[in-house]
Write a protein that binds this ligand. Structure first.
Ligand code: FES
Length: 96
């Protein structure tokens, strides 16, 4: 699921400055200080890629840079860890 209107964040929380990035070509709002992982979860995106050997969906597992299950393409660079990368304004994130 990825549409511009989905936002699963707690609405009352204080956040950093609002930024805009793209997830799979869809513009979305994020906030400075959020990881790419947090942005994707807020958009309801849980499947980040499909495992090459098994064809199984893969997504966030450890959330701390150990398992490498959260690899996405960021600004054209493949295999970046969503859980360890801070979202920045204008960033282009590709899943799958
Ligand atoms: S979720 Fe395990 S490395 Fe990112």
């Amino acid at each position: 699921m990825n549409n511009a209107d989905t936002d699963l964040r707690i609405s009352s929380a204080n956040r950093g400055t609002k930024i805009t990035l793209q997830v799979d070509g869809v513009p979305c709002t994020a906030y400075e200080g959020e990881t790419v992982h947090a942005v994707l979860l807020a958009k309801g995106i849980r499947v980040l890629r499909i495992a090459g050997k098994t064809g199984e969906p893969r997504g966030i597992f450890c959330g701390m840079g150990i398992c490498y299950e959260c690899r996405v393409t960021i600004n054209g660079v493949p295999d970046q860890l969503a859980c360890m990368t801070l979202a920045t304004d204008g960033m282009q994130i590709e899943t799958r």
